[in-house]
Ligand binder design. Structure first.
Ligand SMILES: *Cc1c(COP(=O)(O)O)cnc(C)c1O
Length: 396
């Protein structure tokens, strides 16, 4: 088996070629190694593999050739030394945090979070003796004020799900460095195409590969990226011993999806920008938040830290929940779903879905009002999407 990893090519080229392990058959398309384990030429070779003295694969909970191809390719595109794939985005978030934290430690996180991330930080970690403080991520003074001697991890999403609030990653990374804490960034909403948190000073990036990386709504996956040292010291053993491994089948699907990632994100973002401009002035749109428009509350930070906009638009519809529901129900082309980053445009009402388990007060703190909807723009023609949206808004 040959490892064909051309060095020095540009990111888009690496999305197509990086990490390929070609078998003796010289296949064009990466092979799906649907195998739990491997056989060894001798007992001595088997012993050497287990001791880590001989390279090669052992068992699919530890590693697998198809999963390894996915990890190498996404690491190359992100500009990370190492990556580990996980069964889902939440497995990536939970493993990265559990790997870094011990009882007695403290975490500070931005309040505007995906519901499950908030559950892990505010409810799960405290059960194991890890305290957490949630802050307004856009307010650097709040990050500083929340720090304690035992603060070990800072966590944020930017843009946040679903409010598209943007946090100054370099500034928060600076605060983390001052106190020797690790900054973990959930980069799902910007995708690796538009934002590189490691280059901005973060120590670890996590993705739900279920979203834009798959991009066609087929399978769950996640990935944790960082330096070799970070992955080796904090992630490697925990992943191996606890088992939130990515299935080789999912890795194969996601690996092939990486080939088209930048193309899809560029097109979906361009369409989203035009859709946002076309509906922003509609009388039933109370507020529209789109990273890329000059009226985004953190437009200056976006200009500094993102190289493109977003495939997502947040809309505040007139008439609270009833107005938002009438709008969703009046759409024909854009479908009601909780997924995002898909080739199909999808729309979500976060207050009754992804964020329904929080109290109304907690939801408001996170910016999730009753009229808020999250629109994920796909690969359809922009005019068909605009027609569908305007027609539905007219009926609110
Ligand atoms: C979806 C999502 C996750 C969780 O990913 P899964 O693959 O569904 O487990 C984590 N963070 C953000 C920002 C997400 O949008």
């Amino acid at each position: 088996m040959t490892d064909h990893s051309p060095p020095g090519y540009r990111p888009e080229t690496r999305l197509v070629h990086e990490g390929i392990l070609r078998s003796e058959f010289g296949e064009t398309s990466e092979a799906l190694f649907l195998t739990q384990g491997h056989v060894y030429a001798s007992a001595e070779e088997c012993e050497a593999r287990f001791k880590g003295e001989s390279p090669g694969f052992l068992y699919a909970r530890f590693s697998n050739p198809t999963v390894s191809m996915f990890e190498k390719r996404i690491a190359a595109f992100e500009g990370a030394e190492a990556a580990r794939a996980t069964a889902s985005g939440m497995a990536a978030v939970t493993t990265a945090l559990m790997g870094l934290l011990r009882a007695g430690d403290h975490v500070v996180a931005a309040r505007a979070l995906f519901g499950s991330c908030r559950y892990v930080i505010a409810e799960l970690l405290p059960r194991f003796g890890v305290a957490s403080t949630l802050v307004d991520g856009t307010n650097l003074a709040e990050w500083r004020a929340a720090l304690r001697p035992e603060t070990k991890v800072l966590f944020l999403e930017s843009p946040a799900n679903p409010t598209l609030e943007v946090i100054d990653i370099a500034a928060v990374a600076g605060i983390a460095r001052e106190v020797g804490a690790t900054l973990v960034v959930d980069n799902v909403f910007s995708t690796p195409v538009w934002q590189k948190p490691l280059a901005l000073g973060a120590d670890c990036v996590v993705y739900s590969a279920t979203k834009h990386i798959d991009g066609q709504g087929r399978c769950l996956g996640g990935v944790i990226l960082g330096s070799n040292e970070f992955i080796q010291n904090h992630v490697h053993t925990l992943l191996r011993q606890t088992g939130p491994a990515m299935s080789p089948f999912n890795a194969w699907v996601l690996l092939k999806s990486l080939e088209t990632l930048s193309l899809r994100i560029e097109r979906q973002t361009a369409t989203a920008g035009r859709v946002a401009d076309a509906i922003a002035g509609h009388p039933k749109v109370k507020r529209l938040i789109y990273p890329g428009r000059p009226d985004h509350p953190q437009a200056d930070i976006i200009a500094r830290q993102m190289s493109g906009g977003s495939t997502l638009i947040a809309l505040e519809i007139a008439g609270e929940k009833a107005g938002a529901f009438r709008f969703l129900n009046a759409l024909h082309l854009i479908r009601i779903s909780n997924n995002l980053g898909d080739a199909k445009s999808l729309i979500t009402h976060p207050a009754t879905t992804t964020h329904q388990r929080f109290t109304p007060k907690e939801r408001l703190e996170m910016g999730v009002s009753e009229g808020l909807v999250r629109l994920s723009i796909g690969l359809e023609h922009e005019d068909d999407l605009i027609d569908d949206l305007i027609e539905a808004l007219d009926r609110v």
